[in-house]
Design a protein around this ligand. Structure first.
Ligand code: HEM
Length: 218
């Protein structure tokens, strides 16, 4: 991989706290949503019946919305930088996507150097941002303005909310596989889920452009 030694701080404490909070909220929202959509008894019972599951869903949604909003306000510069990074797609990113970062055995080719986030993570970043905005834009009218909006719009919100949930759950499952299970990519796990640090040798290889910039700053 690389003979660089030591560790590099990749994600600060507030970022990790926000990620944990959002993950826990997402799991509760997904579980309660599935429970009352398909009327699955044991899931609803975990939350004290369907009516309570619905209440848990709504108030968890408030935390799910407020958590990132507070994080963005407190870390505006960092968040702008994150948006800037995930919005920048260079030739190296396109080439990374063609080889899927070398993570899929039958896709051969040179894996080009990447920024703090690789091209796949950049796409996931946008999927998560847009998916969460859709949850907010459909979920709150379903809760708070159900009698004020037209039945057709309410129907539309329910349909979009449901399909958003299905797509986002699949996206999060894929993210979980790469972040926690795939032997080549799970090396970054502790940087978001534990102490924030990633092995410098791993970063010099997986995020060579970012690592080169960090080295310049030192
Ligand atoms: C701001 C975030 C969210 C808000 C305000 C919100 C709100 C709601 C509301 C009001 C309902 C109608 C059911 C009820 O009466 O309780 C609902 C249904 C549902 N929610 Fe959410 N939700 C949010 C996020 C999520 C997330 C993140 C997921 C999945 C991971 C999800 C999955 C579902 C599902 C599967 C249903 C049933 C869909 C349907 O009836 O068409 N929700 N949500």
């Amino acid at each position: 991989m690389s003979d660089v030694k030591g560790k590099v701080l990749k994600h600060g404490e507030q970022t990790r706290t926000m990620h944990w909070l959002h993950l826990i909220c997402f799991l509760i929202l997904g579980l309660t949503g599935i429970g009352f959509y398909w009327n699955i008894g044991w899931i609803n019972d975990l939350f004290g019946g369907p009516a309570n599951a619905s209440l848990v869903h709504r108030w968890t949604a408030v935390v799910f919305t407020a958590g990132p909003a507070i994080y963005i306000l407190l870390n505006f510069e960092r968040f702008s930088k994150f948006i800037d990074t995930i919005s920048t797609f260079t030739r190296d990113d396109i080439q990374w996507l063609k080889t899927m970062g070398g993570y899929i055995p039958f896709l051969k080719g040179k894996v080009p150097p990447q920024d703090k986030y690789n091209a796949g993570q950049k796409i996931l970043g946008w999927v998560v941002i847009l998916g969460c905005l859709l949850f907010i834009l459909t979920g709150f009218p379903m809760w708070l303005w159900r009698h004020a909006v037209s039945p057709a719009f309410l129907d539309f919100c329910y349909t979009v909310h449901f399909w958003d949930a299905m797509i986002m759950m699949l996206a999060v499952l894929g993210h979980f596989f790469l972040a926690a299970i795939h032997p080549q990519s799970r090396v970054e796990f502790s940087s978001m889920m534990l102490d924030g640090y990633v092995d410098a040798g791993v970063t010099a290889h997986h995020n060579a452009k970012w690592f080169a910039n960090l080295s310049k700053l030192e």
